[in-house]
Design a protein around this ligand. Structure first.
Ligand code: HDD
Length: 716
C-alpha cells in the first residue's frame, strides 16, 4: 500500500493525451467478442444461456401452460429491465456529450494561478463535455428556445476540475436560495405538466416579472442565443466568479470563457420550431456528425481576471451572477483551447452518468463569495447522490485519472476493493496521510471575513436594468427584431393578462421602443414615455456577430444539392469537390433514395449519382445552403414538384445561401419565384450575380460557383 504522497507523485507521470480514454478502456466491453469458451450470451452471473425467447412453462407439447416463477433467466431479464432508468436531472435533463482534450498555449496564466492545468503548456488534459437544454425532460427536442448548458470536466493530474457553465454569461437569480423558485416557474406547470421544452407560459413570465434581477438574462435567452445553430457554435461561460491563486499567494477573481472557432451562430425561430418536429435530435446528431466527419469542434479558452484589491472598483458587484464583466473594463485573455474529438461509445454510461460539481476545483483555483456559486457548491454534490448514489465518483466517466485514496469506503455500489485495516486518520502506520500544501495538497486561501450574520444582499445587487439595457443597445437591428419577436411569441402564450401586462411594464425599464413594440404585439400596456432613461452605452462584444471567424468558413456546414434526372454531372462533381475542400459536407437530394441520372445517361442504367435522401425525406431546415445545377429535364422536374419549390422558398425565407446554374436559375426564378431577387438571366454568360444570398450564373466552369457559396453563414 503506497501512501497518498506516493500516489500523488505517481500521478505526475501518468498524463498523456488519452489519459481518460486509456482509463475508460478498463471498462469498455465489446459485445462482438466471445469469451475464451466461446460464450456469447450469459446471465448477469455469467452462466451461458441457451434460450432468451421463451419463458419456462408447463406444457404438454400441444399448447401453452402457465409460466413458472422458477425461471431465473426470465426473471433476471425482466427484473433488470424494470430497473433500467435512473432519475433524470432535475434541470438540464436533455444533453449530448463528447470527449476532448485541453491545452494551454504557454505559462502566461502563472501570474494568476499555480494550477498546472492552466499554466503548463506541455500538458494535454483530457476533458468530457456535456451540452444540454435546461427546461425540457430527457426526451424533449434539441432546438427549443432555452439556455444551453456547457459543462466541462477536466481530468487533471491533480484531480477533476469541473466548469459547469452555460452559453449565456449571466444567470436569472443572484442567490442560490431562489433556484427552486425559478426552476419551478420555468418547468412545466404542476397541475397539467405543460409546456414541454418551452418557457412560453404564465408561470415563467409571472416569476420573471416579479423578480427583476432576471431581466438581464431574459434578454439573452430571448435573443438569438436562445436558439443556437449547433452546440459547436456557442460561446461557453463559467458564469460565476471563481478565484485563482498564484505561487506568491496572491488572489484574483476570475471568469471563464469558451470562444467557438466557428463563431456564434443561431437558427431562426421559424427554423427552430420546425426542426423540433422534423429532427428533434438535431443538435445531438450535429455534434456526432462533425466529430465523425473530421471537423472536431474547437473553442479557445479565455479568462477575465480582477485583482482582489480592485473588487469594489466597479459600479456593479463582481460577485453578482446577473452581471457580466464588460470586456472594455476587464479584457479577455485567451490562454488555451479545447477540441472535442471523440464521440461517446455508450450514451447512458457516459452522458447520463457523468456528474458535474461546481465544488470540484483543483489546487490554484478556488471560489468567491458569489452567493449563487456558494449554493451551487452544495447543490450539485447533493443531487448526484440522488441520481447516482453515494459512490458516483467511482463510475468510469467520473473517476479521476489520478489516484484516489482516503478513509471513506463502503456505501452502496462501492466499486473498489481497498486493502488494509486502516480507514481513519491519524493512524499508527501513517497511511492515507493528508498532503501538505507545499507537496500539492489543496490549500484554502486565507480570507479575512467579518460581519453580522443576516439574510441580506449587497447594495450593488439592487440594480437590475443597466446591463439588460447594455445588452439590448449592443444588438444589431435584426438581432433586436428577433428579440422583440421572441418575447412577443412567449407573452402571446401567456393567457393571464396580469402576466403579460406586468412584463411589458417591466420592459419599459430596459427600452421604451422594445416595451412599446412588444406591448402592441401582445396586448400589453403600451407605455407613453420611458420609465427610465437609456444610458446609451453599448459593447460590440455582446452581439454574436463579434465572434464571427475572421475568415468566413463553411467548415462542417451541411449543403444540399437538389437535383432530378437530367442534371449536369460535371457541375455537381466540381461543386462537391470545392465544398468538400472547404470542409463542408454535401448531401444529394433527389426524387428517390437511389440513383439519379445525369443528362446523357440512360435512366435505370445504374450509372447515376446516388441520392442520400428523396425530396420528402428531409426538409430545407436541416441544411445550411443549397445548390441547384443546370439541366433541362432536371429543372422541369423540380419545377413540377411542390416540395422542391417549398424547399427553395423556405430556405430563402430563412436567409440561407442558394446557388443555381443555367436551368437551375430558371427553376428558382419561374417556379420558386423568390421575390425581389436579381438573377443571372443570360444562359451563356459566366458572370455571377449575387443577390440577397442567392448566387446565380448562366454557365460556369465546374467549381467556380462554389467559391461564392463559400460565403455562407457569416451572419447566421
Ligand atoms: Fe445548475 C445542472 C449550469 C445554477 C443546481 N447546471 C446543471 C448543468 C449545467 C448547469 C450546465 C448540467 C450539468 C450536466 O450536464 O450534468 N447552473 C448552471 C449555471 C448556473 C446554475 C451556469 C448559474 C451560474 N444550478 C444553479 C443553481 C443551483 C443549480 C443556483 C442550485 C442551487 N444544476 C443544479 C442541479 C443540477 C444542475 C440541480 C441538476 C443535475 C446536476 O446538477 O447534476 O444540482
Amino acid at each position: 500500500m503506497s501512501s497518498v504522497t506516493g500516489a500523488v507523485k505517481q500521478a505526475f507521470v501518468s498524463a498523456t493525451q488519452s489519459a481518460k480514454l486509456a482509463d475508460l478502456q478498463r471498462d469498455i466491453q465489446d459485445p462482438t467478442a466471445t469469451d475464451s469458451k466461446g460464450y456469447t450470451h450469459t446471465t448477469d452471473h455469467g452462466v451461458p444461456v441457451s434460450d432468451t425467447d421463451n419463458w419456462l412453462k408447463v406444457s404438454d407439447g400441444t399448447g401453452t401452460g402457465p409460466s413458472l416463477l422458477e425461471d431465473q433467466f426470465g426473471r433476471e431479464k425482466i427484473h433488470r429491465f424494470d430497473h433500467e432508468r435512473i432519475p433524470e436531472r432535475v434541470v438540464h435533463a436533455r444533453g449530448a456529450g463528447a470527449h476532448g482534450i485541453f491545452k494551454v498555449y504557454d505559462d502566461r496564466a502563472s501570474k494568476y494561478t499555480y494550477a498546472p492545468v492552466l499554466t503548463d503548456p506541455s500538458r494535454t488534459t483530457s476533458t468530457f463535455v456535456r451540452f444540454s437544454t435546461v427546461q425540457g425532460s430527457r426526451g424533449s427536442a434539441d432546438t427549443v428556445r432555452d439556455v444551453r448548458g456547457f459543462a466541462v470536466k477536466f481530468y487533471t493530474d491533480e484531480g477533476n476540475w469541473d466548469i459547469v457553465g452555460n452559453d449565456i454569461p449571466v444567470f436569472f437569480i443572484q442567490d442560490a436560495i431562489k433556484f427552486p423558485d425559478i426552476i419551478h416557474a420555468v418547468k412545466p406547470e404542476p397541475h397539467n405538466e405543460v409546456p414541454q421544452g418551452q418557457s412560453a407560459h404564465n408561470n415563467f413570465w409571472d416569476f420573471v416579472g416579479l423578480q427583476p434581477e432576471s431581466a438581464h438574462m431574459v434578454m439573452w435567452v430571448m435573443s438569438d442565443r436562445g436558439i443556437p445553430r449547433s452546440f459547436r457554435m456557442m460561446q461557453g461561460f463559467g458564469v460565476n466568479t471563481y478565484t485563482l491563486v498564484n505561487a506568491k499567494g496572491e488572489r484574483h477573481f476570475v471568469k471563464f470563457h469558451w470562444i467557438p472557432e466557428l463563431g456564434v451562430h443561431s437558427l431562426m425561430w421559424d427554423e427552430a420550431l420546425k426542426i423540433n418536429g422534423q429532427d428533434p435530435d438535431f443538435h445531438r446528431k450535429d455534434l456526432q456528425e462533425a466529430i465523425e466527419n473530421g471537423a472536431p469542434p474547437k473553442w479557445q479558452f479565455a479568462i477575465q481576471c480582477i485583482p482582489e484589491s480592485k473588487e469594489h472598483d466597479f459600479d456593479f458587484d463582481i460577485l453578482d451572477a446577473t452581471k457580466l464583466w464588460p470586456e472594455e473594463l476587464v479584457p479577455l485573455e485567451v490562454i488555451g483551447e479545447m477540441e472535442l474529438n471523440r464521440c461517446v461509445d455508450e450514451y447512458f454510461t457516459e452522458v447520463e452518468q457523468v456528474a458535474f460539481c461546481t465544488s470540484h476545483v483543483v489546487p490554484g483555483i478556488g471560489f468567491s463569495d458569489d452567493p449563487l456559486l456558494q449554493g451551487r457548491n452544495f447543490s450539485y454534490f447533493d443531487t448526484q447522490i440522488t441520481r447516482l448514489g453515494v459512490n458516483w465518483e467511482e463510475l468510469p466517466i467520473n473517476r479521476p485519472v489520478c489516484p484516489v485514496l482516503n478513509n471513506q469506503r463502503d456505501g452502496a455500489m462501492r466499486h473498489k476493493i481497498t486493502t488494509g485495516e486502516i480507514n481513519y486518520w491519524p493512524n499508527r502506520k501513517n497511511i492515507t496521510a493528508p498532503v501538505k500544501p507545499e507537496a500539492g495538497g489543496y490549500h484554502e486561501y486565507a480570507q479575512k471575513v467579518a460581519g453580522i450574520k443576516q439574510r441580506v444582499r449587497g447594495a450593488k445587487f439592487q440594480e437590475h436594468y443597466n446591463q439588460a439595457q447594455l445588452f439590448y443597445n449592443s444588438l444589431r437591428s435584426y438581432e433586436r427584431a428577433h428579440l422583440i419577436s421572441a418575447i412577443s411569441f412567449e407573452l402571446s402564450h401567456c393567457d393571464e393578462p396580469i402576466v403579460y401586462e406586468s412584463y411589458t411594464k417591466l420592459l419599459n425599464n430596459i427600452d421604451f421602443d422594445l416595451a412599446k413594440k412588444v406591448a402592441i404585439n401582445v396586448g400589453g400596456v403600451v407605455p407613453e414615455r420611458p420609465s427610465r432613461s437609456n444610458h446609451g452605452q453599448s459593447s460590440p462584444t455582446l452581439s454574436q456577430l463579434y465572434y464571427a471567424p475572421k475568415t468566413p468558413t463553411i467548415k462542417s456546414r451541411r449543403i444540399a444539392i437538389v437535383l432530378a434526372d437530367g442534371f449536369n454531372i460535371a457541375e455537381v462533381e466540381g461543386v462537391r469537390a470545392a465544398l468538400k475542400a472547404g470542409g463542408a459536407t454535401t448531401w444529394i437530394i433527389g426524387p428517390r433514395r437511389g440513383y439519379v441520372y445525369p443528362a446523357g445517361v440512360e435512366v435505370g442504367s445504374g450509372k447515376g449519382l446516388f441520392a442520400d435522401h428523396h425530396f420528402e425525406g428531409q426538409r430545407s431546415t436541416l441544411f445550411d445552403a443549397f445548390i441547384v445545377p443546370s439541366g433541362a429535364t432536371h429543372a422541369q422536374t423540380l419545377a413540377g414538384n411542390g416540395r422542391t419549390i417549398h424547399w427553395m422558398r423556405e430556405a430563402f425565407g430563412h436567409c440561407k445561401a442558394i446557388g443555381a446554374i443555367g436551368e437551375g436559375v430558371v427553376f428558382l426564378r419561374e417556379a420558386a419565384g423568390l421575390p425581389g431577387i436579381e438573377y443571372a438571366t443570360n444562359p451563356n454568360s459566366d458572370v455571377v450575380v449575387s443577390s440577397y444570398g442567392v448566387v446565380t450564373v448562366g454557365k460556369v466552369d465546374a467549381g467556380t460557383i462554389a467559391a461564392d457559396v463559400l460565403k455562407i453563414g457569416q451572419e447566421k
